[in-house]
Design a protein around this ligand. Structure first.
Ligand SMILES: *[C@@H]1O[C@H](CO)[C@@H](O)[C@H](O)[C@H]1NC(C)=O
Ligand SMILES: *[C@@H]1O[C@H](CO)[C@@H](O)[C@H](O)[C@H]1NC(C)=O
Ligand SMILES: *[C@@H]1O[C@H](CO)[C@@H](O)[C@H](O)[C@H]1NC(C)=O
Ligand SMILES: *[C@@H]1O[C@H](CO)[C@@H](O)[C@H](O)[C@H]1NC(C)=O
Ligand SMILES: *[C@@H]1O[C@H](CO)[C@@H](O)[C@H](O)[C@H]1NC(C)=O
Length: 421
């Protein structure tokens, strides 16, 4: 109990009162502190100084007062000996490196067994057999062996993905092999969605994202809006506005380019940060609540079916014409291209508009993917005389070939009319 209180207090001091510790740990404190023999730093593991293929380490804040000392956690390589006890007290005891784990039976570092590592192994096997296509990429896994935050289709786009490798909201143009996409907001929303109790009657919104999967710099809770870091989502500064009286344009972090519906911040108060999608849900909520007051119960779940908003607050990428046909739309509810699908057709049921969105992101490129009439990826894509099969996200499957007839997916389609879909 006492320990708990101390931990809580410690957190209170360090987490909530940075001012207090800044004062304690201000410039010069460590120099004075380390002068005392009892406080001298112990030698650190040398591994952080090498950082080559066989020896590396992780520099961490040392568990000493004000982090005055350096600390290096050695990371063991594959097949190196390891202990199962964790970092322990020793200064030179480390743990298995990224993607590795200590094996019970051999007490050496072995590769973690995860779906992402399995996917890498599969890729490597196919690479050995010369079966990898020109636009395929070896999956990226993180240090825990989970899928990295994003995946790219080279020369096309990159998109966010979950730790299980499921595609998530957030897509940007491909800029090269060193591209990075943190996707923190997109992943946060995915987590919120998976944690929400299924009995919560109304769709729940997570933090607002931008189209690249990052946090929108302006976040609102109830009617209070403030600024956050676009990558971490953490609040920055103490600025805050009351949406009832002030528009979000007053915030220094407001960026008109990122505001999908700037017209909502114009005119007289009260203002709101509602997108048309949220407004729709709000309206439906009112009707249902009215119904409840009137004594009849409505089926929440069917009512809100397919009404969920995307993490950027937009309605999704499929729109509907008054006559019932589906079309592709962008985040500002503007139609993309002339993609269309009429009710009662298979194209209507399978419509996802993924190709339409990718092609519109690539509007200034000359190597845009070919989309079907309903905005889905055409199964066969050709580039400079070589054709390849792609999945519904436009990722290449298998090796390319000069003749479509040699492609596996052509055999599935088995139709000389493959160019039209
Ligand atoms: C890494 O550095 C260590 C220590 O200097 C050295 O023994 C080892 O051979 C190096 N490994 C490589 C691959 O350079
Ligand atoms: C390793 O040991 C732990 C505890 O003894 C056990 O729960 C776990 O299943 C073991 N793992 C393997 C791969 O043997
Ligand atoms: C915002 O302003 C309105 C109107 O002045 C006020 O009623 C409300 O309490 C304020 N909200 C906050 C969170 O300050
Ligand atoms: C709906 O209207 C669009 C254009 O206005 C048209 O192309 C499409 O065929 C119509 N769909 C149906 C089912 O009539
Ligand atoms: C195309 O496929 C055929 C049959 O599988 C194969 O013999 C040929 O080498 C492939 N050509 C290219 C350019 O990959």
């Amino acid at each position: 109990m006492a320990a708990k209180i101390i931990v809580l207090f410690f957190c209170f001091v360090t987490c909530l009162l940075p001012v207090c510790c800044d004062v304690l740990c201000q410039n010069g404190f460590c120099t004075e502190h380390l002068k005392k023999a009892a406080n001298q730093c112990r030698p650190t593991a040398p591994d952080c100084g090498y950082n080559n293929a066989t020896r590396s380490g992780l520099r961490l804040p040392s568990p000493t007062i004000c982090n005055c000392c350096d600390y290096c956690l050695p990371l063991y390589g594959r097949n190196d000996e390891c202990s199962l006890g964790g970092p322990g007290d020793g200064i030179t005891i480390g743990r298995c490196g990224h993607g590795l784990t200590c094996s019970n039976s051999t007490r050496t570092c072995v590769r973690m067994k995860t779906p992402c590592h399995d996917a890498q192994d599969q890729y490597d096997t196919r690479f050995g057999r010369n079966e990898i296509g020109a636009f395929e990429r070896r999956p990226f896994c993180d240090e825990k062996g989970k899928y990295a935050a994003f995946e790219c289709v080279p020369s096309q786009t990159c998109f966010c993905q979950s730790v299980e490798g499921k595609r998530l909201f957030g897509e940007v143009l491909y800029t090269g092999p060193l591209q990075n996409m943190p996707c923190g907001c997109s992943r946060f929303n995915d987590k919120v969605k998976s944690l929400i109790d299924r009995n919560v009657p109304y769709p729940v919104a997570g933090p607002a994202c931008t189209g690249d999967g990052n946090f929108n710099p302006v976040q609102c809770l109830d009617n209070r809006c403030f600024c956050v870091n676009r990558i971490t989502g953490r609040r920055t500064g103490s600025e805050e506005i009351n949406l009832t009286r002030q528009p979000i344009t007053r915030l220094s972090c407001y960026d008109k380019e990122l505001d999908l519906f700037p017209q909502l911040s114009e005119g007289d108060p009260p203002y709101n940060m509602m997108t048309p999608c949220y407004k729709n849900i709000e309206q439906k909520k009112k009707i249902i609540e009215g119904g409840l007051r009137g004594g009849f119960i409505m089926d929440y779940f069917n009512t809100f079916d397919g009404m969920e908003c995307l993490p950027d607050g937009s309605t999704g990428r499929i729109g509907r014409l008054v006559n019932g046909s589906k079309i592709c739309v962008n985040e500002r509810l503007q139609r993309i291209g002339t993609y269309i699908a009429d009710p009662g057709t298979t194209e209507y049921n399978s419509m996802d508009c993924k190709c339409a969105v990718t092609a519109s992101l690539m509007s200034s490129s000359t190597s845009r993917p070919i989309c079907c009439r309903n905005g889905n990826f055409r199964r066969i894509q050709c580039h400079r005389g070589l054709c390849r099969c792609v999945d519904s996200d436009g990722r290449q499957i298998g090796k390319e070939n000069r003749s479509v007839r040699n492609l596996d997916c052509f055999r599935e389609i088995n139709n000389d009319n493959w160019q039209h879909c």
